[in-house]
Design a protein around this ligand. Structure first.
Ligand SMILES: [Zn+2]
Length: 421
């Protein structure tokens, strides 16, 4: 059998494993059960599986670190070692994140978000496309090669990481531990399209203090919720200012709205008849590849400083700015690398169509390998819908083909050699 046939042969098992992995909720803080499943699955063919803790002492001084607001105790990356360690081929890292974002209100779903249900060729559930499918595709591409009695003729690492959806500190811990290769593949679900550029992302938090009084004399108080309204409006203006700069960034010049401010989470007030004494707002904004992160942070701070002077209500609410997650730079894939050529050839053979390429307006862990290890990082994964929304799914036919592309990529990038046993 050729590699395609081995992928086909294993695809039912691949789907079953993906379904059980999706059914294992792995939102932040709950990753470990799913990580143990990845560990066991890798152990079947890998020479070794590392358990890597996320230790702040090892990463907080590094470029690319994002502030951590939770404890990383009990959170571990899992890294499978595959391939011929003394082989003649080029080495490879598959990176994928096990963490998923919250599912939101169940009423919005037509299926159980943790059911792992398959209907009409789609596998549903939170994390199905983003990105357990891509993670499992890399696992089964390696399994197909193993089943064929072969191994990659170079070291291949499969990294199942935590913390992608909030900081990237999981991938950063892998860098700090010294894992390195000649190319990286990340199976994020961008519709079988190779990602050429990704934006940076900043998470920031605004805290306002109110002056609580009884609602009967509300005009004597300071309403922390109402004081947030001009703050949101001011950041909307910053968003439009940054969007207007798209013409300096060729990849995004034709995009209608590349920079998105997300007014994301709001908590405030204690009682319906008390003027709210506090309000906390979490926001997310993007920035372009090549942008200076600290310069963008200075702009974010300046908006609040100006508003504090110009707006009496905001001034009285004593605004405070902090960063509670992503301080992520953008990344641009270098053009015409050998890695891209090998991927394009593999894609052409499997899909009988040329590889499409394009920029995305989100971020991925690609930035770590691309910017801080100068390793070409191919973000390329299956078709899916609904990530970070309701009724998330991955298309199984697409997943099967992507798995074949990964297997062929390994064959041509690393080379294959018979397994000794
Ligand atoms: Zn993702």
């Amino acid at each position: 059998m050729n590699l395609d046939q081995w992928v086909d042969d294993l695809f039912e098992a691949q789907t079953t494993f993906l379904s059980s992995l999706v059914a294992t909720k792995s939102t932040r803080g709950l990753e470990e059960t799913a990580q143990k499943m990845m560990h066991e699955a890798m152990q079947k063919d890998a020479q070794q599986v590392d358990v890597l803790p996320i230790e702040l002492n090892n990463i907080s001084h590094l470029r690319g670190f994002s502030p951590a607001t939770v404890s990383y105790d009990g959170m571990f990356n899992r890294i499978g070692h595959y391939g011929n360690q003394t082989g003649k081929g080029r080495s490879l890292i598959f990176n994928g994140h096990i963490d998923v974002v919250p599912e939101g209100p169940l009423a919005g779903w037509s299926v159980d978000p943790y059911g792992g249900e398959v209907k009409q060729g789609k596998l549903y559930g939170r994390g199905s496309s983003d990105m357990k499918a891509g993670l499992v595709a890399s696992l089964y591409a390696l399994r197909a090669i193993h089943a064929a009695g072969m191994q990659p003729d170079a070291p291949v690492y499969l990294q199942s990481v935590v913390e992608e959806e909030c900081t990237g500190n999981g991938a950063l811990a892998c860098l700090a531990a010294g894992y390195q290769a000649d190319a990286v593949i990340i199976g994020e679900p961008f519709n079988e399209v190779l990602v050429t550029e990704q934006l940076g992302v900043i998470w920031f938090q605004i805290k306002l203090k109110g002056l609580p009084v009884h609602a009967e004399q509300a005009t004597a108080g300071v309403n922390a919720i109402e004081a947030m309204l001009p703050v949101i409006a001011a950041y909307r203006q910053l968003e439009e200012k940054w969007n207007a700069q798209k013409h300096s960034h060729a990849a995004y010049a034709k995009h209608s709205h590349p920079i998105n401010l997300n007014v994301a989470q709001f908590n405030a007030g204690d009682w319906t008849s008390s003027v709210p004494s506090w309000a906390v707002l979490n926001l997310r904004i993007a920035m372009y590849p090549g942008d200076d992160l600290s310069a963008r942070q200075t702009e974010i701070a300046a908006v609040l400083q100006q508003l504090e002077k110009d707006n009496d209500l905001v001034g009285r609410a004593q605004p405070e700015l902090s960063y509670h997650g992503f301080l992520a730079e953008g990344y641009r894939l270098p053009r015409h690398t050998d890695a891209e050529k090998v991927l394009a050839a593999a894609h052409q053979l499997v899909f009988n169509d040329s590889l499409k390429k394009g920029p995305i307006t989100a971020t991925t862990d690609a930035r770590f390998y691309g910017l801080y290890q100068q390793t070409p990082t191919l973000v390329y994964g299956p078709k899916g819908q609904g990530y970070h929304g309701f009724d998330e799914y991955v298309e199984l036919a697409s997943l099967r083909n992507i798995t074949k592309v990964y297997a062929r990529f390994i064959e041509n990038w690393c080379g294959l050699t018979p397994r000794s046993q």
